[in-house]
Ligand binder design. Structure first.
Ligand SMILES: *Cc1c(COP(=O)(O)O)cnc(C)c1O
Length: 454
């Protein structure tokens, strides 16, 4: 074990079931509410958008949910993913800490997102759906779903936030290579898109607006369903393959993490790695779990725990989460995947109850860590993942100060091969830090009181 650098599990150790944390939560999560009646939404309310099997998973409290064989067959193209001990990073930091990372960038799309895209495409195909719609920010989710749809014979329409559509042509080409149709959002295809464009023809778009368009497209076409890449319970469930593999791999390293770290946009890669470890924590094991977000979109660290809409056009149910308000339009930071105004309800509940910590970093500190990581471990992290790298390095530096040798595990949720423009700006010293002004946060939270149930 002494100089082991990585653990690569054989195909035969690919998990056979996902872990559902709803079975182990200390209190049930507050239910999503119908915005009109403020009553819990039932499965029937979700049927225009999702196939039955996914709705059942969304509300299931079964601890283990079997992964269908056709999904495992696709997973096996790149899973199990490696768990790597960052020995060169440790040496450069002169830390007594043991740093491990789970590397999800080995998927064809370069991130963890295919873990749920593949499962969702499968269940929709089984339900006889012809086409899936979705939204994408920087393009990671859109490309993951495009690939998954291709593998299960579905058509795919991706509403891509307009500013990313213009600035990141290669992700669009990737989606088109996998057969998807990519539409810049706001578009003229939907009422939600047209309404925004009438007010502001130059609107750069936002994830919230693109969600509204994708949901409307699915709700108004019988053979079409909608797919979401984060936030919902079933998405987090599918991502738990990451943590389940990591637990086994840590065993083979003969180690167990003192701290588990993930960046957080909607919460899926964070939950995917941490929930199987949180199962131990909920049973009394001593372990810290840290979510890392940008100061430009400080949902957990500065938002409020309230019912809010998941989208800008107020089409989704109300969900209780830490939120910056559904009208929040985040600045154009480079970690495009971390710009959502809310977070997954189960993650928020665990944060509210003190099982999870949260921390926010400005992007220059994040890119500094990303470059350190690239220069020691070789992989240029995705800007999102680099938030987790920053925290892991800071935990390791704290160990250097205190002399403790902790085991630090983080999720390297993706590589940054499509994000080199951001690296270029950082290296040229042109990257701007951004602290969201308190007055803007207050403004975006105004009006949320009236959405709360009595
Ligand atoms: C989308 C994305 C994220 C953020 O989404 P989560 O649902 O919070 O995981 C993080 N890292 C990468 C590489 C992504 O593509």
């Amino acid at each position: 074990m002494r100089d082991l650098v990585k653990v690569v599990l054989p195909d035969s150790e690919l998990p056979k079931a996902w872990y559902n944390i709803l079975a182990d939560l200390p209190t049930p999560p507050p239910p999503p509410l119908h915005p009109g009646t403020k009553q819990p939404v039932g499965p029937a309310d979700l049927e225009p958008l999702f196939p039955r099997e996914i709705i059942l998973q969304e509300v299931s409290t079964e601890r283990w949910i079997e992964i269908p064989e056709p999904v495992r067959e696709v997973y096996r193209l790149w899973r199990p993913t490696p768990l790597i001990r960052a020995r060169r990073l440790e040496a450069s930091l002169r830390t007594p800490a043991r740093i491990y990372y789970k590397y999800e960038g080995t998927s064809p799309a370069g991130s963890h997102k295919p873990n749920t895209a593949v499962a969702q495409a499968f269940y929709n195909q089984q339900a006889g759906v012809r086409r899936l719609t979705t939204e994408t920010g920087a393009g990671q989710w859109g490309s993951a779903l495009a690939m998954a749809c291709q593998m299960f014979g579905l058509e795919c329409t991706v509403y891509m936030v307009r500013v990313s559509y213009q600035q990141k042509p290669y992700r669009r080409v990737l989606m088109e290579t996998w057969g998807a149709e990519v539409v810049p959002s706001p578009s003229d295809r939907t009422r939600a898109g047209r309404a925004i464009r009438e007010q502001n023809p130059d609107s750069p778009g936002s994830l919230g607006i693109a969600i509204s368009e994708a949901v409307e497209d699915a709700a108004t076409h019988d053979d079409t369903k909608y797919s979401l890449g984060s936030v919902l319970n079933h998405v987090l469930l599918h991502q738990t393959v990451i943590g389940l593999e990591a637990k086994r791999q840590m065993e083979l390293f003969d180690d167990y993490p003192d701290v588990v770290i993930g960046c957080i946009g909607g919460g899926s890669n964070f939950a995917g790695l941490s929930f199987p470890f949180l199962q131990d924590k909920l049973r009394g094991r001593d372990l810290r779990v840290v979510a890392v977000e940008p100061t430009a979109c400080p949902t957990l660290t500065r938002g409020r725990y309230l019912y809010d809409f998941g989208d800008t056009a107020r089409m989704t149910p109300l969900v209780k989460m830490y939120t910056l308000g559904h009208t929040f339009v985040p600045p154009r930071i480079h970690a495009g995947g971390l710009r959502y105004h809310g977070d997954a309800p189960t993650v928020c509940l665990l944060y509210d109850q003190g099982y999870i910590e949260a921390v926010a970093y400005p992007q220059n500190a994040v890119f500094e860590a990303a470059v350190t990581f690239a220069r020691t471990e070789g992989i240029p992290p995705a800007p999102e993942s680099a938030h987790a790298v920053r925290r892991a390095i800071d935990e390791a530096l704290a160990c250097r100060e205190s002399g403790e040798s902790k085991a630090i595990l983080f999720n390297l949720s993706g590589h940054g091969h499509f994000d080199l423009a951001a690296y270029e700006e950082y290296l040229a010293g042109r990257l701007q830090d951004f602290d969201y002004p308190e007055a803007d946060i207050q403004r975006a939270l105004e009006g949320l009181e009236e959405l709360q149930p009595a």
